[in-house]
Design a protein around this ligand. Structure first.
Ligand code: GDP
Length: 455
């Protein structure tokens, strides 16, 4: 069985570096390392979690591969709960590859992506949420993202889910008593169960709502720049990103596709997207570009509507506004370095608060960033508490709440108690998917496949 294999992998990024770590986990981890490591000071016994200096040699020909530090760790107090060894060699492709080759020649096999973490999960050291958080920590780009992932690894979200599970189980136990002893006049506290289930549904809904924030922290919120052609959308994107991401020309209709990049504003990841100018398309490519903007508008978290201060307010501007009116928007008047012709009273009468900028001269951009932050925060950023960060978690929670909703309906309609118990059981199974207790193998594999090799 593959779980009994001893696995090995390079755990540091491939390339040149000061040091590189090669890790082994499994029954043969200690015997293999003892065979291939020659300590500088002879020893019969390796203290666990102590560094030993020496050389990795190839037992087939006695050749030294590299000078290294090694450490032995005993299961179950290790990352995988198995015996682990780590070799700290010089960072570089050749030494690490040679060490790995010697390990595999001695009976270890190359680890699959995420296999160390998968073993930690399968051996019960962490649940699936914590395993996912390991990946989130590795991929964190902002402090906020890291903080949330570290909380999740510490079991913050797991505890919350387990609390919900305990509540639901309590309701189930009450009901089982009635199913098991129908003839005995067991009084069940239906009102108590209903209250408990309703409270649990509310808590789950709160968690589902936190996905907005969790997603924002992890993937970034989407801020879409729209406006008629030539108002300076691409220039604004470049000015915000401080780089030439989009092509800027004086010809209208240059940007045909959605161009995006990530910006961090006060610790929030913001995906800024430049779009094709909205006007009657001149050709098929431009039409495709305009279609893409139209599809993107309802999905964006915030719209920056760019107007040209040096131009009059035209029917094309009005057309743009009609498309975004329902959205959260920041009107931005660009090109304030030029003589102004734009009539502000139109915005005033629409009760729209605008910001004046010059993308060319970098004027007003800080104020715009502050406003982007403020608007995004308005959408319910709490910056505290337990957050969910993946659609997988959100979907499973929604399914849990739906099953509980059906259980509540069964109780209210006085349907047979078995129906209610079935729905409650179903909700527990959905909840179990989140922590991995009842998670189908392909979902599990999908999660670990996203890891790098060596983690
Ligand atoms: P887009 O079509 O809306 O993406 O507009 P671009 O960013 O391509 O800019 C159109 C033209 O306006 C280019 O010639 C830019 O150099 C110019 N432009 C953009 N922003 C400013 C600005 O703040 N001031 C001035 N004077 N010109 C600008």
């Amino acid at each position: 069985m593959e779980k009994d294999d001893t696995i090995c992998a390079i755990s540091t990024p491939v390339g040149e570096g000061g040091i590189g770590v090669v890790r082994m986990s499994g029954q043969l981890a200690h015997p293999i390392l003892k065979k291939i490591f020659k300590p500088n000071k002879n020893t019969d016994f390796y203290q666990p979690r102590t560094l030993y200096l020496g050389h990795i040699t190839n037992p087939e020909n006695g050749k030294i591969v590299d000078e290294v530090f090694v450490v032995f760790m005993h299961g179950p107090n290790t990352y995988t709960k198995e015996d682990i060894t780590e070799v700290y060699s010089h960072g570089g492709y050749a030494p690490q590859k040679s060490i790995l080759a010697i390990m595999t020649a001695q009976g270890a096999r190359l680890a699959e992506p995420g296999e160390f973490t998968k073993r930690a999960f399968l051996n019960g050291r962490i649940d699936l949420l914590q395993a996912e958080s390991v990946l989130d920590i590795i991929q964190s780009e902002t402090d906020e993202e890291l903080k949330n992932a570290v909380d999740q690894l510490g079991g913050g979200l797991s505890r919350k889910i387990n609390g919900l599970k305990a509540n639901i189980k309590e309701a189930l136990i009450n009901m089982d008593a009635l199913i098991d002893f129908p003839e005995e006049d067991v009084e069940i506290d239906k009102k108590g169960i209903l209250l408990n289930l309703r409270r649990t549904v509310r808590e789950i809904e709160g968690l589902v709502d936190s996905y907005y924030e969790g997603r924002a922290i992890k993937y970034g919120l989407e801020v879409l720049i729209v406006g008629k052609p030539n108002v300076g959308k691409s220039s604004l994107l470049n000015a915000l990103l401080l780089k030439e991401k989009a092509i800027v020309t004086s010809f209208p209709g240059t940007t045909r596709d959605l161009i995006e990049d990530t910006l961090h504003i006060k610790g929030i990841k913001v995906k800024i997207i430049d779009s094709a100018g909205l006007r009657k398309p001149m050709d098929a490519v431009e039409r495709e570009g305009v279609d893409r903007v139209n599809q993107k508008i309802p999905k964006a978290d915030l719209i920056i509507w760019v107007l040209d201060g040096s131009d009059i307010y035209a029917s094309e501007d009005e057309d743009v506004l009609s498309k975004i009116r329902e959205m959260s928007i920041i009107p931005v008047i660009n090109k304030i370095d030029l003589p102004q012709r734009l009539d502000r009273t139109i915005l005033k009468s629409g009760n729209l608060q605008w910001i004046e900028i010059s993308s060319l001269l970098d004027m007003g951009l800080e104020e715009l960033k502050n406003e982007i932050y403020r608007k995004l925060m308005e959408k319910g950023f709490k910056k505290s508490g337990v957050l969910i960060t993946s659609i997988r978690q959100s979907d499973a929670l929604e399914k849990t709440a739906e099953a509980l909703g059906r259980a509540i309906t069964c109780i209210k309609k006085q349907e047979p108690i078995e129906f209610t118990a079935f729905e409650i059981q179903e909700s527990l199974s959905c909840l179990g998917e989140i922590t991995g207790e009842t998670c189908p193998e392909e979902i599990l594999q999908g999660i670990f496949d996203r890891f790098c090799i060596g983690k």
